[in-house]
Ligand binder design. Structure first.
Ligand code: ADP
Ligand code: MG
Length: 695
């Protein structure tokens, strides 16, 4: 097949999209469905029935036999339960059926999804509700219906619903602000383009390592002689085997209507990246979840395993995800595009100020939105942004903000009215390379790039935080400006005041520099170093108030989310600790014993025949010492796991962070030293050199 020619035909071919809807739905049904999609109104039963039948017929033509309500539970993975379309007929046969009711609502037995205690009482079931704003699609013989997931008491149990709510919140407030600039805008969309990093390793190596199988990362492994220091991988030529994978990945993603655009090698050996063209935030979220799934599946076909863990290998870069974020009106205006006219400038600067204020006031939420056991290995590790949230805006914008802030210019500004110190903004170069890779939250010309995300994370959470926090600032700004006697001077006052109050969050320097940690502390910025430290701030009163104000989360929902996240954190560490002890005891220690035995025999034989055995004896001593140490530390690790207190999720998270992680590090040390001393043929699993430099 000539893919190059067929892309337009291939693209979206497995999606129940506009074209298919127009083709297969009666005009009035299509119109009603569009209205629902646009306005988020409830859909009536007749319309749902017609849509369901059309969807089913289309899905059957694409080879589907089943349907599933696809949703995103609190733990990163998408969930699905497949039902077939079959329905028995009187004569003992079957027909393929799908009703409106089945389309709109599903009742998965949801008791095993994390809920943070929400469904702990009598009602263990939840239901899924169709989200008509995201297209249904066919994958692996099933019709996938994007849905939201709720408990019967109405609390939301997924990540999709709060994302949609946050998008509504920011849209409403942005429209209010735009009205002040004389613009009648009906809707403002949040646009998102997530860049996804991943590792590809050979399936055979993976199958031999329990740590990769159970935890997604290596818990042991000495540094190979070569790492990423030659910088020969990034943008380097792509290995044919990987190129074949990437080509198939693109095709599969295109079929699902995902705008896979860029592919290249990343910094670490075996590391790669895929970037899509940006789209509406909820669709970008669905697409990113799908992308991760498709990556894993296509990798298997090419005898690879796709690792999405944030830090699969010590000593080389881990994987992140850059969340490019902006706001766009239904009239096609990007609100983070610096303007050409004085009035456009003022509007741009107001939105910029809202983002600056939001990031400063809700640093904790941004940090929390990217907190996970896996991402803890990256943040602050000189390869990813530090755990301190700060913003990069570049010299050009900095100069403008400085001018606004200084009083002298202010007099000037009142004279020149709306131009806020400059009649037109200078061209702000859009960076094609990342101008400041060390910044957690960087302005890149016409969007912000949030760079703290871990590769495995669901992008819904970070976007919920950004949307809601910015919505709140826009709400306050609109309140103030709507009641102002003189809009223009009130606008000046507001921007000047807020820049002064929140400029501490702006840092255009090198985030990897130790001096920044000290400086950030002086500025009073948060430095939440671990997930255990960060997560409990989720339910700080100011945050509960924020989400309640905008109808995104209730207090109960937030409390349950915090608990679910903490649980996920310590359970991850628990599994890692168990796996580590297991590998050491069952694989490494026996291998060391065999090697020691061989050394001892050789030493004895050599002595017998009267030749020097210094090397064997010396090596034996070293290996024995390290083996003893490994054995001892393993005991300590098992004790620490056994002694974990019967406590709530918060205390357990602290326990695993403070008590278990240090011992895990202490177990790894002698094991990695041993790997370098024990003969290759004795070592029980593939090493970093084997895995990262396969051919
Ligand atoms: P780089 O980050 O390497 O400079 P680009 O500027 O091309 O690369 O874009 C990176 C990502 O940002 C892409 O996924 C792109 O689609 C996305 N992006 C570009 N413009 C916007 C926007 N207005 N809103 C959201 N994402 C955007
Ligand atoms: Mg980028």
């Amino acid at each position: 097949m000539n893919t190059a020619r067929n892309v337009p035909e291939l693209f979206g071919s497995m999606v129940f999209n506009e074209t298919v809807m127009k083709e297969r739905l009666p005009k009035d049904v299509y119109r009603k469905l569009k209205k629902t999609m646009r306005e988020g109104t409830a859909i009536d039963a007749d319309v749902a029935a017609v849509v369901a039948t059309a969807m089913k017929d289309w899905a059957l033509s694409k080879g589907a036999t089943h349907y599933t309500h696809w949703f995103q539970p609190l733990n990163g993975i998408s969930a699905e339960k497949h039902d077939s379309f079959i329905s028995p007929t009187d004569d003992g046969g079957v027909m393929m059926e799908f009703s409106g009711k089945e389309l709109i609502k599903g009742e998965p037995d949801a008791s095993s999804f994390p809920s943070g205690g929400l469904r702990a009482t009598f009602e263990a079931r939840g239901y899924t509700a169709w989200d008509p704003t995201s297209y249904a699609f066919v994958k692996d013989g099933s019709l996938y219906i994007p849905t939201a997931f709720c408990s019967y008491t109405g609390e939301i149990l997924d990540k999709k619903t709060p994302l949609l709510r946050s998008m509504e919140a920011i849209s409403a407030q942005a429209c209010r602000v735009l009205k002040l600039f004389g613009k009648e805008v009906r809707h403002v969309t949040t646009t998102v383009g997530p860049e996804q990093e991943y590792f590809l390793i050979d399936k055979r190596d993976y199958a031999k390592r329990k740590d990769l199988i159970f935890t997604g990362r290596t818990l042991f492994g000495a540094k190979p002689p070569k790492g990423q220091e030659m910088e020969d991988h990034y943008f380097g030529s792509i290995r044919p085997r990987v190129a074949a994978f990437m080509q198939e990945l693109d095709e599969e993603l295109w079929k699902l209507g995902i705008f896979s655009k860029t592919k290249h090698n990343e910094v670490a050996p075996c590391q790669h990246e895929m970037a899509p063209v940006f789209t509406t935030a909820n669709i970008a979220t669905d697409h990113n979840q799908l992308t991760m799934e498709v990556m894993k599946r296509v990798a298997q076909k090419h005898n690879f395993i796709c690792l999405l863990h944030e830090k699969p290998f010590e000593g080389v870069n881990g994987s992140g995800k850059h969340n490019n974020w902006s706001l766009s009106t239904d009239t096609g205006e990007n609100l983070l595009e610096p303007g050409r006219t004085p009035s456009e400038n003022a509007q741009f600067l107001l939105f910029l100020t809202a983002v600056i204020k939001a990031v400063d006031e809700y640093q904790d939420l941004l940090r929390i939105s990217v907190a996970s056991a896996g991402n803890d290995h990256r943040l602050g590790a000189n390869e990813a942004p530090p755990a301190i949230v700060s913003m990069f805006i570049g010299d050009e914008l900095q100069a403008i903000l400085d001018a606004i802030e200084s009083d002298a210019d202010y007099t000037d500004m009142t004279k020149t009215k709306m131009d806020l110190g400059v009649s037109a903004l200078p061209d702000i170069p859009k960076d094609t390379t990342d101008r400041n890779r060390t910044s957690p939250f960087a302005f890149t010309g016409n969007k912000f790039e949030f760079r703290m995300l871990g590769s495995a994370i669901n992008i819904a959470c970070p976007n919920i935080m950004i949307n809601t926090a910015v919505a709140e600032e826009l709400r306050l700004f609109a309140d103030e400006l709507e009641s102002a006697a003189d809009f223009e001077s009130a606008l000046h006052e507001l921007i000047k005041r807020e820049i002064k109050a929140h400029k501490r969050i702006i840092f255009n320097g090198n985030g990897y520099d130790d001096a920044w940690i000290t400086e950030a502390e002086k500025r009073g910025l948060l430095n939440l170093k671990s997930t255990a430290e960060a997560l409990p701030h989720y339910t700080d009163e100011k945050n509960i108030r924020l989400f309640a104000t905008h109808g995104v989360y209730t207090r109960i929902e937030m409390e349950s989310r915090e608990e679910a996240l903490l649980e996920e954190y310590y359970k991850t560490l628990h599994i890692e600790a168990l796996t580590m002890a297991d590998m050491a005891r069952e694989e490494i220690l026996p291998a060391c014993t065999t090697f020691q035995n061989e050394l001892a025999q050789t030493a004895r034989n050599k002595k017998e025949v009267g030749v020097s055995n210094t090397m064997e004896v010396d090596l034996l001593r070293k290996v024995c010492g390290l083996t003893e140490e490994l054995y001892r530390k393993c005991g300590e690790l098992s004790d620490a796991i056994a002694q974990a207190p019967q406590a709530d999720a918060k205390r357990l998270s602290n326990y695993y962070h403070d008590m278990v992680i240090p011992i895990m590090n202490a177990v790894r040390q002698p094991a990695d030293d041993l790997e370098l001393l024990v003969g290759k043929k004795y070592w029980p699993f593939p090493t970093y050199s084997d895995i990262l430099f396969y051919v």
